[in-house]
Design a protein around this ligand. Structure first.
Ligand code: PHE
Length: 319
C-alpha cells in the first residue's frame, strides 16, 4: 500500500483510497502518483483550499474480510503518521464502511457512514457534478442542455455511472461494464470493448482511466465526452487529438469534482446539504469557462488550476 502526496500548495492533500487488483504493485504506484496529481488540479480548478493526494492498496488476489480489515488498519496507521498533511476518503473499491475502519486509527478521514457522523458515500454528489458538466457541455455542443432523445453511452456501471444512468430519463441510455453482473435490464447493453465506438451523442467514461490514446481516439463514436473516471487521457497530448476529431472532451478533473466539493463543504466548511450541492452545481460554470477559453479544454482547465496554484506560492501581501 502507498500514499502519494502531489501538492500541498493550497492546503492539506486530499484524495481517496483506491483498492483494486494490479498485475504488479508498481502499476499501483504509477496509478497513485498520477491520481494524486489529478487531485491537485481537481481541487485547484474547483477553488478548494486543498492539495492532491491518493492512497492505493494494490491487490494481487482477492482478500478475505479479515485481511481486508487488516489492510485498512495498516493504511489508517500510515495516514495517521502523516499527521494531517494527507486526508482521505473513498475511491474505486472502497466506501463509507471502509472509512469507518480507517477512522479507528486516524481522524483524517471523510465520508464515514451517516450514522457515524459522516456524509456517507460521495457517489451522489459526484454524479450530480457529472450531470451539471454534462448539461453545460450539451449546451455548447448541441445548443441545448436537454438530453431528451439523445443517445448516451455509459462505460462503467459502478457507484457513479449507475447513478448518472438513472438521471437521464428522456435519453436513450446504453451501458457497459467489465463485470457482466452489473448488466441492468433497464438499459441497453454493449460489451465493454464496444462502448467507446458505439455511435452516440455523449460518451460517459465512468470506469478506470487511460481510455483515450492515439489508437482509440479515431474510434470514438460520440461528439461529447464527459464522465467521472479519473485520468481518462493516456497523455495530455491526447486532448488535442480529440479536438482534431471534433470531439468535445470535458476534463475529467473538472467533471469529477462533485464528491470532493460536497464532502469538504460539509465536513470541513460545515455548510448545509443544499448549500454544498449548490457548489457542486457550480461545476457547470467551470465547464462553461473551460469550453470558451482560448486553448483546448485541457489547456484551459490546467491554466485555471495552475493560476490558483502559483498565486498561492506568492509571499503573503503579493497574492
Ligand atoms: N474519489 C474521490 C475523487 O476522486 C476522492 C474523495 C471523495 C476525496 C470525497 C474526498 C472526499 O475525487
Amino acid at each position: 500500500m502507498m500514499i502519494a502526496v502531489h501538492s500541498r500548495a493550497l492546503g492539506p492533500a486530499v484524495g481517496g483510497v483506491r483498492m483494486r487488483h494490479y498485475a504488479d504493485w508498481r502499476d499501483g504506484m504509477e496509478d497513485a502518483l498520477r491520481l494524486s496529481e489529478a487531485m491537485t488540479y481537481k481541487c485547484a480548478a474547483a477553488d478548494l483550499a486543498f492539495g492532491g493526494g491518493k492512497s492505493v492498496i494494490a491487490l494481487d488476489r482477492p482478500l478475505t474480510p479479515e485481511l481486508r480489515q487488516a489492510a485498512l488498519e495498516d493504511l489508517g496507521d500510515l495516514i495517521a503518521s502523516l499527521d494531517g498533511s494527507y486526508l482521505t476518503g473513498p475511491d474505486v473499491g472502497t466506501g463509507p464502511a471502509d472509512m469507518a475502519v480507517l477512522r479507528q486509527r486516524t481522524p483524517h478521514v471523510f465520508c464515514l457512514p451517516e450514522e457515524q457522523g459522516g456524509t456517507g458515500s460521495s457517489s451522489i454528489p459526484t454524479a450530480v457534478g457529472v450531470l451539471a458538466a454534462l448539461r453545460a457541455g450539451a449546451r455548447h455542443v448541441f445548443g441545448s442542455e436537454s438530453l431528451d432523445g439523445r443517445t448516451v453511452v455509459i462505460s462503467g456501471m459502478g457507484s457513479v455511472g449507475s447513478l448518472v444512468a438513472k438521471e437521464l430519463p428522456g435519453a436513450r441510455v446504453i451501458v457497459s461494464d467489465v463485470d457482466p453482473a452489473r448488466r441492468d435490464p433497464a438499459y441497453e447493453w454493449v460489451e465493454p470493448e464496444e462502448a467507446l465506438r458505439t455511435p452516440a451523442d455523449v460518451f460517459v467514461p465512468a470506469a478506470v482511466g487511460g481510455v483515450f490514446d492515439p489508437r482509440t481516439v479515431p474510434e470514438v463514436g460520440a461528439q461529447l465526452v464527459v464522465g467521472p473516471a479519473n485520468n481518462q487521457l493516456a497523455a495530455d497530448s491526447v486532448a488535442e487529438l480529440l479536438v482534431q476529431r471534433g470531439i468535445t472532451w470535458i476534463p475529467d478533473f473538472v467533471a469529477s469534482a462533485g464528491g470532493a466539493v460536497y464532502t469538504l463543504a460539509r465536513e470541513i466548511g460545515h455548510l448545509s446539504h443544499d448549500e454544498a450541492m449548490r457548489r457542486v452545481e457550480a461545476i457547470g460554470s467551470t465547464v462553461d469557462t473551460v469550453l470558451t477559453g482560448e486553448g483546448n479544454p485541457l489547456e484551459n482547465a490546467l491554466n485555471l488550476a495552475k493560476e490558483r496554484l502559483t498565486r498561492s506560492a506568492l509571499p503573503a501581501g503579493e497574492a
